[in-house]
Ligand binder design. Structure first.
Ligand code: ZN
Ligand code: ZN
Length: 274
């Protein structure tokens, strides 16, 4: 019996003798099946291959990024936030080894794991078991769980306070339960938004964007984008980190508003002539 992992998205499945017939996450219009076909691995196999290691880098005081090198699956970054003695792992990555566990333990371990959306569920249950942590997922994305666990807590409504100054907000868009994390104590008290790719930071890091599917370039409706930007205005933050190691250094709320306006103009055909 194995917990198989989809090689394309890095999401792990519940125990089985044979690999699943297809990947729930990839076999859907927001992701894709690799042109060479569906393939599977396991965490044990990845460890034996000795190809991967996790880089854990301090981004600012009390914030660390965790990323697999060389890139694996969707290549997302996870973040460890130290919130006055309460540690949260924001989003998750597939590869987990003894060294990673040791380094994260030295940083205070993990009290809870919270996920922005199903593309980053990866081996979240392995991480939760290694650190004796709970996993917070919005109930609207319940149907995307590929490895059920008693450690998963489904939260509901529009927001949820995980700890003092640390709030989950359901914004929807990319997924119905798509969530961002507001960390009010970050960035020396000015606040940080960890946005996954629910709000995506683009190469010009003074702008963000919004999509239903990133790999397949399916946009979101104007009313949804405007609603997301309105919600963001109620939060306290200045800086934004996304899932791909990009950062909006400051003025994050204005950046989201300006970017939402540009996006809506583009959808309506008033941004440019072509
Ligand atoms: Zn997959
Ligand atoms: Zn995604």
């Amino acid at each position: 019996m194995n917990h198989f992992i989809c090689v394309t998205c890095g999401v792990q499945y519940e125990q089985s003798t044979l690999p699943p017939d297809s990947c729930l996450i990839c076999n859907e219009e927001r992701q894709y099946i690799h042109p060479e076909g569906q393939s599977w691995t396991t965490l044990e196999k990845m460890r034996q291959e000795k190809i991967y290691r996790n880089d854990i880098i301090q981004e600012e005081e009390n914030l660390y990024s965790i990323h697999t090198n060389p890139n694996y699956g969707i290549s997302q970054f996870a973040y460890l936030v130290q919130n006055q003695g309460f540690n949260i792992l924001w989003d998750c990555i597939t590869y987990l080894d003894r060294t990673t566990i040791q380094v994260v333990e030295e940083l205070g371990g993990i009290d809870v794991i919270a996920l922005s959306h199903p593309h980053y569920y990866s081996t979240q249950v392995e991480w939760a078991e290694a650190f004796d942590a709970l996993i917070y997922i919005h109930e609207d994305d319940k149907g995307w769980i590929t490895r059920p666990s008693e450690r998963i807590v489904f939260w509901s409504g529009e927001n949820h306070e995980l700890n003092y100054g640390l709030n989950l907000h359901r914004l929807g868009g990319h997924f119905k339960g798509a969530t961002v994390l507001e960390w009010q104590h970050g960035n020396q008290g000015l606040g940080v938004l960890l946005s996954g790719d629910v709000i995506q930071i683009v190469p010009d890091q003074h702008w963000v964007s919004f999509m239903y599917s990133y790999p397949n370039l399916i946009p979101l409706p104007a009313n949804k984008v405007s609603e997301m930007a309105e919600r963001v205005k109620t939060m306290k933050f200045d800086r934004i980190y996304n899932a791909f190691h990009r950062m909006v250094k400051s003025d994050g709320i204005a950046v989201v508003e300006r970017s939402a306006n540009r996006y809506i103009k583009a959808l309506k055909g008033t941004l440019f002539e072509t």
